[in-house]
Design a protein. Structure first.
Length: 155
């Protein structure tokens, strides 16, 4: 399942695209699925420095549907909507590029903030597994000198 939802993407698109004028018909479900896959891949690439990817859906008692932790779905919705606007609507309404660029910038900044906050220990995405970070390994695990060849004796 994609990090973004069609309803979430439509929410952002409805801010820029006038429904009922035929503008919304430019994007098909296949186009949305393609952009969702692209955004998921890009987000996994960024998140893989800190988390096991793809992220897993979490469930809670009393809630029937599985979901991804916030703000991952919102970031994905913004990124997909921004890419759709830049691809399909840049000629229809050129002024929308400024807004979609702002969505892209804000979503990317939020994703970077999540990664940095997780690395510092301030925040962890709910239900997700962290990647182990070994900055300093003991010398017996990672030897200082390569094994095998010995250095030439000094005279």
């Amino acid at each position: 399942m994609s990090y973004s939802t069609t309803d979430g993407i439509q929410k952002y698109l409805s801010e820029l695209v006038t429904i009922g004028t035929g503008e919304a018909d430019l994007v098909t479900a296949i186009d949305i699925a393609k952009f969702q896959a692209d955004v998921d891949s890009a987000m996994n690439g960024r998140l893989s420095t800190t988390y096991r990817v793809p992220l897993i859906e979490i469930t809670r008692a009393g809630i029937d549907d599985a979901f991804y932790p916030q703000p991952i779905p919102d970031i994905a919705n913004r990124l997909v909507a921004a890419r759709l606007v830049n691809t399909f609507y840049k000629d229809v309404q050129p002024n929308n590029a400024v807004i979609s660029d702002a969505w892209n910038t804000n979503a990317t900044a939020r994703l970077t903030e999540i990664i940095n906050d997780t690395a510092s220990g301030a925040v962890k995405l709910e239900g997700q597994y962290l990647i182990a970070k070994n900055r300093f390994a003991p010398p017996h695990v990672v030897p200082i000198r390569p094994t095998g060849a010995t250095p030439a004796a000094r005279v």
